[in-house]
Design a protein around this ligand. Structure first.
Ligand code: ME8
Length: 692
């Protein structure tokens, strides 16, 4: 849970943040006169590629949290931006035939202009090539150097340009390149190179104890907990001094007083969270230390180890929390160049609306875990959850009001048990959603809000207002419609952070003025309020997407493979006969990561226009048989395979052969593709049992 902090005084520019903050946990109404602050950041994105749905995800979660805290009356700041220095950017610019500055100017705009299209409204957008940032990076460097924590040395070791990270030998992965030669890769699977150059070092080794003490004193510093354990293990394993400059290229911020060196891109980038708050006397300094750095899981070490250590060395307080979220795949596949599936978010928002995209990402992905962006699931949720549950509720309510001849909300009335129960549901939803948002769990908040939305729909069915109308029971009809209007008003408030556009459309239809937030005024609907006012004009909130429209959307949005996929699900023939002696020796741990299972082939069919492929259904002990597409057709007739027990690689990433043909596993086989032998087991083996 992030910690909220309060200040009873309005901060003077020269006050030291550490002296005036009081930290509070959880919902804050205990100290209503105190201003609570919330400062949230996203990673600043590299400009070597266009923004995709992964970038949108982090930024969207931060935006939703910021909107929630603003509604709670907290003094809120939300920062995002772009990471524009380093060798990776210099190389990308060279490849594009532009100067690095022209290159970053062009790409930074793509990011900046994207956010409003997704309803994302950062308070600040920082570019690391801006003067205000450069000055503060050099300032931080000087502070760390003045503390005796920077020295000039000589670096010799592994560097990964894609990760912009130095690695020790033991962190690297042994692999084989396309020519079959052994190579070393970074822990993220990218190429590394041996670097030898003079460089400045940060005395990270001095900070092991202080970091461990800090972690102990701040038990929720990194979330989720599993990531925190990884960070702790890394620090407990011993810390080496960190190279924090480069001398072999020039696209970066010069080291103060030694411009032959440029500052290492991570020292530069991490400082954005602090540099965006201006100089020491800037009123924005009240936001330091930051409450929440929201990042992808792959960069938790930079944020949870190096960044607090740099800050400690500079005499500044470390951030309050780092939340490392999981990675998104697209229709079950990792985003990659070859799959051509780096999904740009703007076209999705154009097709289905920004709020539908926001809802999908926030509800369908459990923050902290890996998740999948699935186009069909997106459309299904728009129709069922947004259209049927939410849109219809508002539409039915306003429709019933209009039938009853109401242009104003009826006067408040207590009603009976059903009304009391719905009011209780609303208050419970508000409480649970606030708790979830305080714990950085937007998906849980939406679960709670939807439970209330469904309860309101059930209330309509149970109270059957059309009956009251038919019977001429106006008093009862007014109680029901008044309750429903109040429920819709509550939903419009609860959904404000998640669906900002639709929430304000809901308010408009209900005849409510636009919501304006103010520091120290809590607008969260913890208590039920009877809606009173003049009703607005009804219009469908999420019009139903019929089959034809869904097809049109899918045609527009589904990634198109750029290259013909290789025709087999099983390994290529030449790989299958490769001499294993050329492969590196691996530990049992590594082998045990491959989930081999006994499978029973239930059906097999040829694939039209793919003469090597067979489309199989294989029982691997799960609730449903798996679809496995394998390159077996030149060696087997489909009917020969049915009933055979085979060995399935069950945890291989799904592979998309195009046109909806997705393989969820691979069969072990050997031989050239026209004379394959399948690896099989005898009939005693139960489908689904592990092979090890
Ligand atoms: O690492 N799923 O920048 P970057 C979810 N400049 N989130 C994803 C994602 C995916 N598949 N792919 C990317 C950098 N992201 C540095 C950061 S911060 C001081 C410097 C999101 O452009 C996620 O937030 O590689 C991840 O951490 C970030 O984009 C990486 O962006």
């Amino acid at each position: 849970m992030p910690l909220l902090r309060s200040s009873s005084t309005s901060p003077g520019p020269s006050e030291k943040a550490q002296n005036r903050v009081i930290w509070l946990r959880g919902t804050p109404s205990l100290l209503p006169t105190m201003t609570q602050r919330f400062y949230v950041t996203t990673p600043i994105y590299y400009l070597n590629a266009a923004p995709h749905v992964g970038h949108a995800y982090s930024t969207l979660v931060a935006d939703t949290l910021a909107r929630y805290h603003r509604m709670r009356g907290h003094d809120t700041r939300f920062l995002t931006g772009t990471d524009e220095h380093g060798l990776k950017i210099q190389q990308a610019a060279e490849k594009a035939g532009r100067s690095p500055q022209a290159h970053v100017d062009l790409l930074a705009n793509e990011f900046r202009q994207l956010w409003p299209k997704l309803g994302i409204e950062p308070d600040d957008f920082l570019r690391t090539t801006e003067e205000r940032h450069i000055r503060r990076v050099q300032d931080l460097w000087r502070r760390v150097a003045a503390n005796g924590d920077i020295y000039l040395g000589h670096y010799e070791g592994w560097y990964c340009v894609s990760d912009e990270a130095f690695y020790t030998e033991k962190e690297l992965i042994d692999s084989i390149n396309e020519e079959g030669k052994p190579v070393k890769l970074s822990p993220t699977g990218r190429p590394v190179e041996w670097v030898r150059e003079p460089g400045y070092f940060f005395r990270l080794s001095r900070y092991q104890e202080r970091l461990l003490k800090f972690y102990k004193e701040n038990p929720s510093f990194v979330q989720p907990e599993g990531r925190f354990n990884e960070v702790k293990r890394f620090v407990e394993g011993g810390l080496e001094d960190l190279n924090i400059s480069r001398a072999s290229f020039s696209w970066g911020i010069p080291v103060p007083d030694d411009p032959k060196h440029i500052i290492y891109v991570w020292f530069d980038a991490l400082t954005n969270y602090w540099s965006a708050l201006g100089e020491d006397n800037d009123p924005l300094q009240r936001f330091w230390p930051c409450d929440l750095h929201l990042v992808g899981k792959e960069i938790s070490r930079f944020h949870a180890v190096y960044w607090p250590a740099f800050l400690m060395a500079a005499g500044l307080p470390p951030p309050r929390q780092v939340y490392a979220h999981g990675w998104l795949t697209v229709n079950g596949e990792k985003m990659s160049k070859s799959a051509n599936n780096f999904l740009p978010p703007a076209p999705i928002a154009e097709e289905v609306g920004a709020d539908a995209l926001r809802y999908y990402l926030l509800r369908a992905v459990v923050l902290g875990q890996d998740g999948d962006f699935n186009h069909r699931d997106l459309l299904a949720r728009i129709n069922s959850e947004l259209g049927n549950d939410l849109g219809n509720l508002l539409n039915r309510t306003l429709g019933l009001c209009s039938k009853a001849g109401l242009t104003e909300a009826p006067p408040p009335a207590a009603g009976g048990e059903l009304e009391a129960a719905l009011r209780a549901e609303a208050e419970e939803a508000a409480r649970k959603a606030a708790e979830a948002m305080d714990a950085v769990a937007p998906h849980r908040a939406l679960d709670a809000i939807w439970a209330f939305c469904r309860a309101a729909n059930v209330y309509v069915d149970k109270t059957a207002p059309w009956k009251a109308q038919k019977e001429g029971n106006t008093a009862r009809l007014h109680v029901i419609l008044g309750t429903l209007l109040s429920a819709c008003r509550t939903l419009a408030l609860l959904l404000g952070p998640f669906l900002p556009q639709k929430a304000s459309e809901m308010r408009e239809q209900l005849g409510l003025p636009p919501l304006t937030t103010r520091v120290n005024r809590d607008l969260w609907p913890f208590t039920w309020v009877d809606y009173q006012g003049t009703l607005g004009k009804a219009a469908p909130l999420f019009p139903r997407l019929d089959d034809a429209r869904q097809k049109q959307i899918l045609d527009a949005l589904l990634p198109k493979p750029t290259e013909a996929p290789s025709p087999v699900g099983a390994p290529k023939a030449e790989e299958a006969v490769a001499d294993t002696m050329t492969l590196p020796v691996i530990d049992y741990e590594k082998f045990s990561e491959v989930d081999l299972r006994v499978g029973l082939v239930l059906s097999a069919e040829r694939v039209p226009r793919k003469d090597k492929l067979l489309d199989l259904r294989v029982d691997v002990g799960e609730a449903q048989p798996r679809r496995i597409v394998a390159g077996l057709a030149l060696s087997f007739k489909p009917e020969d395979l049915v009933g055979r027990r085979v060995i399935v690689v069950a945890n291989l990433r799904p592979r998309d052969f195009g046109k909806g043909l997705v393989s969820h596993g691979m069969l072990l086989a050997t031989g050239p593709s026209e004379a394959l032998s399948l690896v099989s087991v005898d009939e005693r083996a139960t489908p689904g049992s592990r092979v090890q």
